[in-house]
Write a protein that binds this ligand. Structure first.
Ligand SMILES: Cc1ncc(COP(=O)(O)O)c(C=O)c1O
Length: 306
């Protein structure tokens, strides 16, 4: 994956890639308060260029995340909407990842500092399967993390805050060091929460469960998957469950803008189902990946042309 592109949108205008720099004393760099998004654009089937999937939902979450953190984004949402599309076009991308980030620049230092300048940048790059092509096709191996997800009152877990991701990175490093592709994080009560950058679903028979959005990120892909399953006649139960439910599940899969739909074939060295992506996972994956490319009628309104 190369992050290099021609332009990055910064504070109201496109600037050449090498000029999109910040000062080392930027407040967010020191303390982690800032918010961001991860959005994907897909080349649309049958031509017609690229389309951004659920752009409005992602930008709404960006502004909500900022509001929760008392950060005032100095641009109206319509301007960032246009800027995401403008950046893709400037970088000649009809398919790729879009990363808007909102952060505090240099001004006052210290945890109580307020009124520092708020900066906004939007970068785009090509990003393939987040957990690898083989993982997307054949499933990944996941392990329960020794790191607990933030308790509901430790942070604003529904916001996509930069600093939250230290917890995720520690879990991801640990998972990799233990030979896993991804970590499954439990909450402070021991219930399954989410992956380090994905939500999670467990299937047993026709029962499909996903953790309730209390102390996890309310994933936009998670919501799309619930919509897909409902459309296909399945009910999704949003509830608490422990890792024991994963050990007896027929299918487990993770969802995220970056990870898309990633089957999980093993949890804590125990084979999930038959050890291959199950029929419901495959169904969801197939509909999701064709829907984001404009092939599914009812999903087409979620797509903004680039
Ligand atoms: C912690 C966490 N959970 C879940 C998700 C999935 O969210 P979405 O489907 O909106 O990308 C992400 C990715 O943004 C994430 O970082």
């Amino acid at each position: 994956m190369s992050l290099r592109s021609d332009f990055i949108w910064m504070d109201g205008a496109l600037v050449p890639f090498d000029e999109a720099n910040i000062h080392v004393l930027s407040h967010t760099l020191h303390y982690g308060l800032g918010v961001f998004e991860g959005i994907r654009a897909y080349a649309q089937t049958g031509g017609g260029g690229g389309g951004v999937f659920k752009l409005d939902s992602h930008l709404r979450r960006l502004y909500d995340s900022a509001k929760m953190c008392q950060i005032k984004i100095p641009f109206p949402i319509e301007q960032l909407h246009a800027a995401c599309l403008e950046t893709l076009r400037a970088n000649k991308l009809d398919e790729g990842y879009i990363r808007p980030i909102v952060f505090f620049g240099m001004g006052a230092m210290g945890l109580g500092a307020r009124g520092n300048p708020v900066h906004v940048a939007i970068a785009t790059w090509r990003w393939g399967a987040y957990l690898g092509d083989d993982g997307a096709k054949n499933g990944i191996r996941a392990g329960t993390s020794s790191f607990t997800r933030h308790a509901v009152n430790s942070n604003l877990q529904r916001a996509k805050v930069i600093g939250h991701y230290v917890n995720s990175i520690l879990a991801r490093y640990e998972a990799a060091d233990n030979g896993y592709d991804e970590a499954i994080m439990l909450d402070h009560n021991g219930y399954v929460a989410e992956g380090t950058g994905e939500n999670l679903f467990a299937v047993r028979g026709r029962t499909i469960k996903t953790p309730t959005v209390t102390n996890i990120l309310g994933g936009i892909t998670r919501k799309t998957v619930i919509q897909i399953l409902q459309h296909e006649g399945y009910e999704v139960i949003e509830t608490q469950f422990g890792r024991d439910a994963l050990y007896v599940a027929d299918e487990v899969f993770m969802t995220g803008t970056a990870a898309e739909i990633t089957p999980v074939r093993e949890v804590d060295r125990r084979t999930v189902g038959e050890g291959v992506p199950g029929p419901i996972t495959q169904l969801v994956q197939r509909i999701y990946l064709s829907g984001v490319r404009g092939e599914v009628d009812w999903m087409r309104p979620f797509i903004t042309p680039v």
